[in-house]
Design a protein around this ligand. Structure first.
Ligand code: GLY
Ligand code: MN
Ligand code: MN
Length: 419
């Protein structure tokens, strides 16, 4: 969709509940995964209320389970073979429902309609049905690293479990049009969160006040969770890559690194800007900032199918950033700056902020990554990161978060106008 058309749509949808992805798309994701199953059987456990403390953070579904089913209620199990599939959901439990509300149950007359599955059984019957289910399965696939795999191992001590993580990650890495629309929306909302924090920015405030302002925007827009704990890092706190205590008072003349993202309709955004608390970059701050920005531009210009997020190798985006740092600037002792870039160039984003990915798989159209070079120089007490969300296209890249200023003059202008 054209960007302006999309911004218009985002404005019209502001504050409206997020529409979900249709059942048919979840079914086609399962069909795609089937091709990896051959004559095997996939057994995947959803999260349970018991293990996923609904009191503190609210229940959230296991992302792979959600990707394949769209099912957001606890205690479900997916069973899938090349020829058939079934969803197990817990029977109605009035006592649980008294605490966490009504749930769908296998005995409901409309259960097929609400789940999108033709066969729905009770989770309580899973163990009894298991021997029959796996009788003809040459292999049993599951997420072998997930905590729930222990449950399956205990039930099937003589069967070897094969990991489905890589085929699932391969599917999750390429976003569908429906997913891209949700990611664009999470991104648009998160840009507004940044702008709101910029409007409020001033020396003397505590970091948590900016975090609260930003998070208030994405929660107000209907996003249900932080995609990650908000990072508002003033001055030397920006040297800590995932600083999220957000407790310090912002001093005049400091830079403030804000790495913020809402999780909206299950999709994450992940966007960073580093801006001057007083509205104007100091000389050295600006010098270093422009180097980080230059590195980011060099990397974004190189994003296209075939490139990788690996740390090295001929198509490494990371290496482009390191080379840029080494060639364009000097550290406090006159040494090349590359050593102050102390993390990876980016990661996939989707249902999780650090989304499922098959390591070192080259980029393909439809993948969404971050491009986030940074410099962290303890000797100077300065940390700078600039992070955008980038969609890989047929022949290059589209920066999904391009609407948030990052040229120093534009940042200063936006700050002087109050975001
Ligand atoms: N906000 C976490 C990250 O950038 O990876
Ligand atoms: Mn990131
Ligand atoms: Mn980030």
């Amino acid at each position: 969709m054209h960007r302006l058309a999309w911004l218009g749509l985002a404005a019209a949808l502001w504050g409206q509940p997020f529409a979900g992805v249709p059942h048919s798309e979840y079914r086609s994701r399962r069909d795609a995964l089937r091709e990896s199953l051959k004559s095997g059987m996939l057994i995947l456990f959803g999260n349970t209320e018991r293990e996923h403390g609904e009191l503190r953070s609210g229940f959230s579904q296991e992302p792979n389970f959600f990707y394949l089913t769209g099912w957001e209620e606890p205690g479900a199990i997916l069973v899938m073979s090349p020829g058939e599939e079934a969803l197990f959901v817990p029977r109605r439990d009035a006592e649980r429902e008294r605490w966490t509300g009504p749930k769908a149950a296998p005995e409901d007359p409309n259960i097929r309609e609400v789940t999108g599955f033709d066969r729905v059984f009770a989770t309580e019957e899973f163990e009894a049905r298991l021997p029959e289910l796996i009788r003809n399965a040459s292999r049993i696939y599951t997420l072998t690293e997930a905590p729930a795999a222990g449950r399956l191992k205990a039930l099937l001590p003589l069967r070897e479990l094969t990991d489905i993580a890589a085929p699932l990650a391969r599917l999750r890495m390429k976003k569908s049009p429906a997913e891209l629309e949700l990611i664009r929306r999470a991104t648009a909302v998160t840009l507004e969160a940044h702008r709101a924090a910029w409007r409020r920015l001033a020396a003397g405030l505590f970091e948590y006040q900016l975090a609260a302002t930003a998070a208030g925007v994405y929660f107000e827009a209907g996003c249900r969770r932080h995609a990650y704990a908000p990072i508002v890092a003033s001055g030397p706190n920006a040297l800590t890559l995932h600083y999220n205590a957000n407790r310090r008072r912002i001093e005049p003349g400091e830079l403030v690194l804000m790495d913020l993202g809402g999780e909206c309709a299950s999709y994450a955004a992940d966007i960073t800007r580093t801006v001057p608390a007083g509205g104007k970059f100091g000389e050295r701050q600006r010098e270093l900032y422009e180097i980080v920005l230059g590195a980011q531009r060099a990397v974004i210009a190189a994003v296209k199918p075939g490139m990788t997020l690996a740390r090295s190798g001929p198509n490494s985006l990371h290496q482009i950033a390191v080379d840029y740092f080494n060639q364009h600037a000097k550290g406090p002792g006159g040494e090349p700056l590359g050593k102050y870039f102390t993390h990876g160039i980016g990661h996939h984003v989707g249902l999780e902020v650090h989304d499922a990915a098959e390591a070192a798989r080259p980029l393909e159209p439809g993948m969404v990554i971050t491009v986030e070079p940074g410099l962290y120089i303890p000797e100077e007490g300065i940390g700078i990161r600039i992070e955008d969300m980038v969609l890989v296209t047929e022949d290059g890249a589209e920066v999904l978060s391009a609407a948030l200023p990052k040229e120093p003059a534009e940042v200063e202008r936006a700050l002087s106008k109050g975001g």
